[in-house]
Design a protein. Sequence first.
Length: 240
Amino acid sequence: STDGGTHRRVLLKLSGEAFSGGGGLGVDPDVVHAIARQIAAVVRGGTQIAVVIGGGNFFRGAQLQVRGMDRARSDYMGMLGTVMNCLALQDFLEKEGIETRVQTAITMGQVAEPYIPLRAIRHLEKGRVVIFGAGMGMPYFSTDTTAAQRALEIHAEALLMAKSGVDGVYDSDPKHNPDAVKFDSLEYAEVLARGLKVADATAISLCMDNKLPILVFELLTEGNIARAVRGEKIGTLVNH
Ligand code: UDP
């Protein structure tokens, strides 16, 4: 539930940028290890957790397009980048003793299972973490939208949007405006109307249409994923 109770099943969205440990390229194993420890603690507490990871630490299709590449092809590069993040997280989760399956929207049998929603649910019921890679498998979409779609398809109770370096949604960028004000809660329509940086509009409207609550919170504070799962008042809650 979103009224203080502990969630039974959640979808956790991690930005790719977090994985590089500070905006650079590639994966910082120490950061991934710390994220895996947080997720493992939540799984041990009995919550089912599925994960979608972005790929911004490798490629963003829109950025490559600006540099002259074909958009669809660069989006596929972006999707492949997310898979590397998935494998890194899988590795550290298994080192924590948590069984983990990666399912990708682009088939790559040696590396991961294909995306099979009912099988993903079975994994979750057995206490395994399921990590969804390669986004939706379609150019022009984002991993935010993937996170919303997967959350709905596996019947997650909430979409937990973990951000690195910001602890919620503000009325302006707190990195540039010291007077920026943080919201405790927001309605979907307000997020869309004001263009607030929660997720892209496709993801927000998908959540709005299906009444899926979104919690935006800071990822790298130890214990924050568990707090989010328990429904504690951290970050910004977006609902109707
Ligand atoms: N992408 C895509 N379709 C999807 C998901 C992702 O084309 O369904 C591509 C897109 O180019 C995107 C990149 O993968 O820029 C990386 O994902 P995203 O930008 O969402 O990562 P994040 O910003 O969360 O790190």
